[in-house]
Design a protein around this ligand. Sequence first.
Ligand code: GAL
Length: 697
Amino acid sequence: MKSLRAALALALMLPCRTPAAAPDWFPRADLMTIGVYYYPEAWPENQWARDMANMRKLGMEFVHMGDFAWAFMEPEEGKYQFDWLEKNVALAAQNGMKVILCTPTAAPPVWLSRKHPETLMVDAAGRRMNHGGRQQGDWSSPVYREYAAKIVTELAKRFGHDKRVWGWQLDNELSHYEKQYSYSPAATLRFRDWLRERYGGIDRLNTDWGTAFWSMVYQNFDQIEIPNQLEHPALPNPHAQLDFARWFAKEAAGYLRTQAGLLRQYGADQWITTNFMAMHGDIDPTLSAKDLDVFSWTIYPVHGEVFRENGPLGFRLGSGAVQSFMHDFMRPINGISGLMELQPGQVNWGAINPWPQPGAIRMWILRAFGAGARMVCTYRYRQPLIGSEQYHKGLVETDGVTPSPGGREYAEAMRDIVSLRAKYRTDAKEPAAYAKRRTAFLINFDNRWDIDIHKQTTRWDTVEHWMKYYRALKSMMAPVDVVTEDRDLSRYPFVVAPAYQLVDHALIAKWTAYAENGGNLVLTARSGEKDRRGQFPETLWVERLYSLIGAKLPIYDLLPGTIEGHVTADGVRYAWGAWGDVLEPQAGTTTLATYADQFYAGKAAAVTRKLGKGTVTYIGVDTLNGDLEMALMRKLYASAGAAPANLKADFLVDWRDGFWVATNFTSTAQAIPARAGTPLLLGTRSVPPGGVAVWVE
Ligand code: GAL
């Protein structure tokens, strides 16, 4: 174990490759590539060659293997068996497919769990998880980490220099599922250590957490436990919860960093990623910005959610906004992103699992292309006949050979991409009108966590709030980068920072300078209330924002049940319920929307002002369906000279590498915004629901 620890320490010190220094894993001219998950360990050996050949016949360019296969890679402690994997890597290569290999640490083998039960997570009720499912390993356990390090090291030694292996995926969808954290003694120790480092002394923690109230005061760090709602009739301390959310995300990022470090120590020039979950709230991918080469993620757009905003077909088309937002979030982290899991048909895990709209699967793949993705991988090639995930469709039917409807759509999308490769021109220039609308959409997970800790109203949903603005942006055909606040904002004519609850003076100064230098800043409801510790500053309510937004904000209101309040803007009436900041504009500030009822009728709900060469807009109300937000955003972009398009929301059109790509997530046909007579490379000028069009102009 000692030498392993030394190797681990060394791995952590190894320099990270920067994308610029990296080999050209994703040549521009290839545009995008498509591949598929395969679990050879679950199928008879005499079918491997046939399956690989058939994947290639569908056009697949890479195959993904090894996630969850720990029991096959290390059937007994210290006895490694990679021959089966080796054979499949060879078969993939013989068929002209690249290989993504995975570290198998999301599914520990039974011998490990029985020998070291302390490697298993403990839930909020104190119950230890057991063998028989997956993702029960506790990555805070030092013993688990040592075993994980050993298998990762062995894999790296065996395949790290293998030219047939193209990239690595670490673990699987890192999370302890939606807030099913591990409350194990190991996790508690590591949480305490993190707090020690963060606060230095217990007095500072007591001050920052406000433990003087309710006698919560701690005498030393060893008395602190992970805040566990099950153990408290009244809520645990909110600052403890916020710190736990921060620690958990950092712990996960650290776990990824360790695995990536080990692979790099032995690996040649293969890229490394992990498959983040779409819109997941507990894991922050930006914390891995320096550790991963590729930012990939997973989405199952059709899983029983209704998506009413997309009309009657919404449940078969999935949310265009969520999908597009994730692409726009993952791509800017380091410029190389893609989808690691996308369904090929019905899934097995939704409460209700409908069939996707015919064409929708191809549309999702083309949306990935339009949004700049470099790869799309589908989950999975074969539908399992037995065991977990029965009912999950694959690219082939249950007979193992006949392409499924989804399989045929993947094949068609691959042919689309191949046809576009032939038209790719290296000198294509981003259209100026499109670039003029470039928008930075600022997020900071601290805000998301802190809002969730005490929402003040059950009607509030942070992601829905984001989507109201995001859909508005995409309906104007704005290119959007979802980025963190440390980025250089000056390259963006517009910055939208929604529900930015936690701010400090430095950030307010950065925003102020951004606007003064000509940028257009949009802030929204419940922003600026707290400092970074999650405390209210000892000022008037949100007073630190007054001089930036040019308004006072004496109160906010929240409406219970289904009660609707109303605001008017430009003669149109809008309904709201979740959140209403009541604003008092100062001289020089213009009111954009006014409350139409309640005791503050006539007061401002949204304001805008000029600041230096730019503008600052504050939209303090969260309307029921986002229509007001959309109208005000359109007005702002128009007055800033950005000539917003007027697409139906969720009819998504973007420019990428010389191609305009339109994908229709709405339930009605939509006309593409191309000049009359422009020839189409794919699709028709009127794009049906679930349809696609691609053109060059
Ligand atoms: C994902 C997971 C895969 C598989 C898939 C089924 O969330 O990463 O391993 O279980 O769901 O849809």
